[in-house]
Design a protein around this ligand. Structure first.
Ligand SMILES: C[S@@+](CC[C@H](N)C(=O)[O-])C[C@H]1O[C@@H](n2cnc3c(N)ncnc32)[C@H](O)[C@@H]1O
Length: 239
């Protein structure tokens, strides 16, 4: 039997008040504190309020209405509703034509065999397509059009997707890639049901070849945009 974990998903506590989560993302908060305006694709639940509490103006997005409503409530609870704009939609669609200094995301990235695809909210939070990169690749490809010159893209990464692969993907589209942080986390329970699928994708050999892994390395990867932003930074028209 695989080890047990309280966290079925491998990502942050959904719906927990952001004030309790500040300590969980110190490296991220550090990056956010220097940003004038931030987009947080897929990060709607907690990071929006964390960033706004650090003084940033934030646009948070999520494809799920429940996540959007939660992020709005979270901003109110934390007294930052005037600095957090939460939008519903797929990927960068809700911020079309807008440019940011920093884009942060923790997108779904659990490799998902074709017979495990589902359409419910939990799947939306976890499933990253057959190789785990479906959303990450869209974020990396779409970010340059939404970054000001010198802007940064920051995202989380399960180690078994491959740090070298992530850095290479960023470099390929014109980012200067670095690793901002690393943490050893409990192996996500959902990963045990598809462990052989994940092992088959683990090109950088991060997992033990046999048995149940107890932990997974989680990284925060940054890409500094070397090119020119393709849009013009816009303010929230409602402000
Ligand atoms: C790994 S969870 C992160 C949850 C939470 N924001 C956190 O950081 O703890 C990924 C989030 O991305 C959202 N998501 C999934 N597909 C998306 C898409 N195509 N566009 C925008 N958000 C998406 C999910 O609804 C989910 O809230």
């Amino acid at each position: 039997m695989p080890p047990t974990s309280d966290d079925n998903t491998g990502h942050g506590e959904r719906g927990t008040a952001s004030v309790e989560l500040v300590a969980a993302v110190p490296f991220l908060l550090l990056a956010l504190a220097v940003a004038a305006q931030i987009a947080l694709a897929g990060q709607a639940l907690w990071s929006a309020s964390v960033a706004a509490r650090a003084g940033a103006r934030v646009v948070a997005t999520d494809v799920l209405d429940a996540a959007v409503r939660c992020a709005r409530a979270n901003a109110v609870v934390n007294g930052v509703a005037d600095r957090v704009e939460v939008l519903l939609g797929d990927g960068f669609a809700p911020v079309r034509g807008r440019v940011f200094d920093l884009i942060c995301t923790s997108p779904p990235q659990m490799p998902t065999p074709p017979d495990r695809e589902r359409a419910d909210a939990t799947a939306a939070a976890d499933n990253g397509g057959p190789d785990g990169w479906a959303l990450l690749d869209r974020v990396i490809a779409g970010a340059p059009a939404h970054l000001a010159p010198g802007g940064r893209l920051v995202f989380t990464l399960f180690g078994f997707l491959g740090v070298k692969a992530a850095l290479a993907r960023l470099h390929h589209v014109g980012f200067e890639p670095t690793i901002l942080g690393q943490e050893t986390q409990a192996f996500p329970r959902i990963g045990y049901e598809r462990i052989e699928h994940i092992r088959a994708l683990d090109a950088e050999a991060t997992l033990p070849p046999h048995g149940w892994p107890a932990t997974v390395e989680r990284y925060v990867i940054q890409g500094a945009w070397q090119g020119t932003g393709q849009g013009t930074r816009t303010e929230d028209p409602a402000r």
